[in-house]
Design a binder for this molecule. Sequence first.
Ligand SMILES: [Zn+2]
Length: 142
Amino acid sequence: MVDISTKDAYMKMLERVMAEVRNISGKSGDRVLELRPSIMQTGKNTVITNFGHLAETLNRDPEHLARFIFKESGKAGVLEGERLTIQGKLSNEEIKRLLEIYMKEFVKCPVCGGVDTRIEAEKRFRFLQCDVCGAKSSIRKI
Ligand SMILES: [Zn+2]
């Protein structure tokens, strides 16, 4: 004969343990994203040859990241597949700095520092939704 109350308590405990495990494995606030842009200077242009990969590492739409770079650098350019061509000169340091700003503003959760986040749109507003702590922070539209 099965003791219902004990089984119930056991299931509750199991649920708690599972929730804890999920929390631990889902906790990625310490995860660090390492971006290594491959930059090529060609004539008057600056080309980031692994741009698609960078966007993928950040889990962001390459178009969004490209718009940010154009806007912040004040330069025009074209996104073609994996490559981003920027019209004009941008030094490696400038590109790295732009990527850091992007990460700080559009990837990292300002509450927990987690990088597992998504951009959500609500009407004309944009939010950074954190999958680590659940925080929702408003961000500017790019
Ligand atoms: Zn968070």
